[in-house]
Design a binder for this molecule. Structure first.
Ligand SMILES: [Zn+2]
Ligand SMILES: [Zn+2]
Length: 467
């Protein structure tokens, strides 16, 4: 089926932040062969050549729009092209090694749905190799799936969330072997898994933030903390997210607007290892439109919650970028490629593999080669307590005297998230989840100072340095 019209039932071209609930449950297309036959097919024999796939030159193109990969390729080539981009990102950045346990962050939307599908396919292949190997010495990486229930942060009708969770469960259980654990966790678990007033606390915390954008951003930081918590508590050593080119393009523009330019390079790389569990972004080279299209042609079930569009910076920027993309289909990629030229931070790579663990030589070599690219990266020792963005050293020095959490926040979070008056400020700080408080007290200056004290006797004094 071709998905080049607005009449398409599967919402291929629908905006990610659309206001309506999207429940897509189209039957799997009968690939290969018949899937590429579309309504827009030109039946005239004289024109049939121009309608053939650019790559295999034997099957029909998915659409005749001539825009992007879906305009030039048949559905099979389109699919293999997209998968190749994913696999290339995984292998060339040494994202997953056979001994890893990967947690896939699954929202139900098309991007994370494709991420889950592709990581599953790589795992199935590795599993087949394992079964074929005589001594069964090859390891197969493990995969788990996490869904964060955000009803404490947004008002979502209970029937809608129930339906979403059912869909998430059916998607994960429908994947073939190897089995994947599914962790459905409420966002208020950032406080404690067995704290009864977590939900109330979270609501009060969000209520203390006046700014619409600040609130949205705070929720996204809490979501990441929840995912990190699930990963750490269940022995995962990678967190795989479905962030695509289009999302990053919006993030580049909105971060610039919010004055987060200094920390931006941290968010636009394939790997983000500033977290306890390193985050990997294998869909960084794929457009949201392509991922939507794949869900459509492969009949991958997706579900997204109703979310009212807001007047905040994030929604404003995403409609702006969507407009740019309509004008020129390579705009999103151009924005991301441009931001990718910023000097990365030293944590934009997987930490060196331990010699003792059971990792194949090829993986180690690949990782070494990849990490070599980061020789000239920026180092960062302190991170914002709220957003975990790396802090500029000059900012840190000017706030050296300040011992409160305020001193451990980037200027953007101070402006957009932290309450201004001292009373609500105190309340806000008392409601922060423990991991943010810990970051403020240990992760920032406190940490480097205490580290300095601990290793004091081994440091060169000024006199030593001169002699
Ligand atoms: Zn083809
Ligand atoms: Zn911040």
């Amino acid at each position: 089926m071709a998905c080049n019209s607005s009449a398409c039932q599967s919402n291929c071209y629908r905006n990610q932040h659309d206001e309506h609930t999207i429940e897509q449950d189209s039957p799997p297309s009968s690939r290969p062969g018949t899937a590429a036959v579309g309504e827009s097919r030109i039946t005239n024999d004289d024109n049939s050549n121009t309608n053939l796939c650019f790559k295999c030159k034997s099957k029909e193109r998915m659409s005749t729009s001539g825009v992007g990969d879906d305009g030039r390729l048949c559905s099979d080539c389109f699919r293999s092209n997209l998968f190749a981009k994913f696999r290339q990102a995984v292998t060339s950045n040494a994202m997953i090694s056979p001994s890893d346990k990967v947690l896939v962050a699954f929202s139900g939307g098309p991007c994370s749905r494709v991420a889950l599908q592709f990581v599953h396919e790589i795992q199935v292949k590795a599993h087949k190799n394992f079964e074929a190997s005589r001594d069964r010495s090859l390891q197969v990486f493990g995969v788990g799936v996490a869904y964060i229930n955000e009803t404490a942060a947004y008002s979502i009708p209970s029937d809608e969330i129930d339906k979403t969770i059912q869909t998430i469960q059916s998607v994960v259980s429908s994947l073939s072997q190897p089995r994947k654990d599914l962790h459905i966790v409420p966002i208020e678990n950032v406080y404690s898994s067995n704290l009864s007033d977590g939900r109330e606390k979270l609501k009060k915390l969000l209520d203390a933030v006046d700014d619409v954008t600040g609130k949205e951003d705070l929720i996204s930081y809490l979501r990441m903390l929840s995912l990190q918590k699930i990963a750490a508590e269940n022995g995962y050593n990678r967190l795989l997210v479905g962030t695509c080119t289009s999302r990053i393009a919006c993030h580049v523009i909105s971060s610039t607007v919010k004055g987060q330019g200094y920390s931006l390079p941290a968010d636009v790389q394939y790997i983000d290892a500033r977290w306890e569990v390193p985050v990997v972004l294998p869909l960084l080279d794929c457009l949201a439109q392509e991922l939507n299209m794949l869900c459509c042609i492969d009949g991958l079930k997706t579900v997204e919650l109703t979310k009212k569009s807001s007047s905040g910076i994030n929604d404003l920027v995403s409609s702006f970028v969507a407009l740019l993309q309509v004008e020129n289909p390579s705009r999103e990629s151009t924005i991301v490629r441009t931001a990718g030229k910023l000097t990365p931070f030293n944590f934009s790579r997987i930490p060196d593999l331990n010699e003792s663990n059971n990792v194949p030589l090829a993986t180690k070599r690949r990782q070494k080669r990849n990490n070599f690219k980061h020789v000239n990266s920026l180092s960062s020792e302190s991170f914002c307590a709220v957003c975990n963005g790396p802090l500029n050293t000059s900012d840190v020095q000017t706030r050296h005297a300040s011992s409160s959490i305020l001193g451990a926040c980037c200027s953007s979070c101070q402006f957009q998230i932290l309450p201004k008056d001292s009373l609500s400020h105190e309340l806000f700080l008392s409601l922060l989840p423990p991991s943010m408080v810990a970051r403020a007290t240990h992760g920032s200056l406190g940490n480097s100072n205490s580290l300095r004290n601990k290793i004091q006797e081994f440091l060169l004094s000024d006199d030593d340095a001169e002699s």
